[in-house]
Write a protein that binds this ligand. Sequence first.
Ligand code: ATR
Length: 273
Amino acid sequence: MKVFGVIGYPVSHSLSPVMHNAALRHLGISAVYGAFEVRPEELEAAISGVRALGIGGLSVTVPHKEAVMSFLDEIDPVAERIGAVNTVVNREGRLFGTNTDWLGVKRSLEEAGLELSGKRAVVVGAGGAARAVVYALRELGAEVEIYNRTVEKAERLARDFGGRAYPLSEIMRASGEIVIQTTSVGLKSRESPVPEEVFKNFRVAMDIVYVPLKTRFLVEAAAAGCKTIDGLKMLVYQGAEQFRLFTGYEPPVELMYEAALEVLRGKERDQAS
Ligand code: ATR
């Protein structure tokens, strides 16, 4: 039986096991997908373990996406450019690193029917997560503007992928087809990094945070009349692309989304009670 899994620290909150196991079961594939909590100082040993145990593939999450790159045999040029690996595939003993986060963003935008070529897209935040978002937007042909509290980080991102950089304090001057929230501000909180008045300047708003599923950013965007895309879409699509790489099968995306949603709703109910 093949074994796959996710490595992270912490990892107990990860929705990847539920998504991947639902898909494996659905297709009758004889494999399991587990969650491995790996401390940063044990990352190298964990990767040796993947080789020794013949683990078929890994999803890689925070804080290992950059560090894991030095322990692999080959890295996809796209992952190299984004500067992060979220997927490791064991190809007959050779460990291949790639990045499906940007595909998660691209597919979420495509599924929503957006045509971004030549249109302006505004990204809020310039951390690790923003890199995959900006890369996807550039691949879709969008003009990108990045607003970040620390403007130097926005400038670096703009230089790396092409785009313009601004301090977050100037966000009220932003406008475009879509605004995408990539900061950690709304995560497990009821805060938004932008004033709600900003949404009148956009048609669509997307958040990559999915805990809570309805972030304040998305609630305010919807109230202002924007079409909204939640963070669970990106998570599921990046996982679906991993599933394709791990198994060679077409991922049952709807089923993976429903499985993840059910767990997320359960968690939100537990917190509310
Ligand atoms: P990730 O890899 O999840 O993107 P990160 O690299 O730590 O995490 O980046 C976090 C992002 O959230 C950054 O854009 C950060 O802004 P700075 O670059 O100025 O630190 C942003 N962020 C975090 N807390 C914020 C806050 N209170 N207000 C505005 N932006 C915030």
